[in-house]
Design a protein around this ligand. Sequence first.
Ligand SMILES: Cc1cc2nc3c(=O)[nH]c(=O)nc-3n(C[C@H](O)[C@H](O)[C@H](O)COP(=O)(O)O)c2cc1C
Length: 188
Amino acid sequence: MAHDLNRRDTFKAALLPLIATQPAATPATAQSGGRLVVSLSRSGNTRVLAGALSRRFDAPLFELRPRDRWPEDYEEMVAWDSRMREQGNNVPLAEDLPNIAAYDTVFLCHPIWGMDLPAVIASFLQSHDLSGKTVIPIITHGGYGAGEAVATAQMLAPAARFTDPFVLECNQERADLASLNQWLGENL
Ligand SMILES: Cc1cc2nc3c(=O)[nH]c(=O)nc-3n(C[C@H](O)[C@H](O)[C@H](O)COP(=O)(O)O)c2cc1C
């Protein structure tokens, strides 16, 4: 079961030492062994994990970005993502990945947005063929867990083989901003 806690924790325990001990300077163009790291990150939490995986496995890192900039304001961003999901996850990407066929394993690194898969990741899965590939979800969230993300990704890439996800709680933009605003209210 994808959300089985024990298997998830085992995978997490296996992965964390790899992330913590890797040097920072392997070129992304080195031999990948068929591995690819795909990453979406707004506030940087997921980017840290994606970069570590890329260096650990000498795997190219493909950072997903929408063609049109997303809002800087957090609440507008939440509304933007839900609107994109309601509209069928058709977010034009800044770049498509031309050679997805060259990889057999994809680390799919993303945050949780709206308790689900971000519309940008859903758009990537809809526009790239992951049939027959092993997909390893690497998920960060702000305290509410992975939600429906794995189930949604499996639905959008039904012919891919998904492993149990690595799921990590990270800081949350909303909470960071609330703390900042409280401090501003008290001090300035
Ligand atoms: C638009 C938006 C929606 C979010 N929705 C959730 C959510 O539903 N549940 C949750 O636990 N965290 C939520 N978060 C927090 C992020 O999942 C969490 O901070 C994540 O680690 C951010 O990753 P990043 O720094 O790579 O962007 C949301 C963040 C954003 C920007």
